[in-house]
Design a protein around this ligand. Sequence first.
Ligand SMILES: [Zn+2]
Length: 65
Amino acid sequence: MKYTIGDHLITKKAHVCGSNEWEVLRIGIDIKLKCVQCGREIMMFKADLDKKVKTVIEQRKSEQS
Ligand SMILES: [Zn+2]
C-alpha cells in the first residue's frame, strides 16, 4: 500500500484504547503513526504496517470539490 502524510489508516485490530484509526505523521525507513483517539504515537516498518492496515483514507482527495 501507498501512504501519504496526513492520511488516516484503519487497522484490522484496534489499539488498546479501542480506536482503530491512525494518522500518518512521518514516512521514512519506518512510518510514524498517531492514534486519532488517544494521541499515542508509534513507529512501524512499512512491511508490518501493510499487514495490519485495512483501509487508507486519503485526506487530500476528500478536500477537493
Ligand atoms: Zn489509541
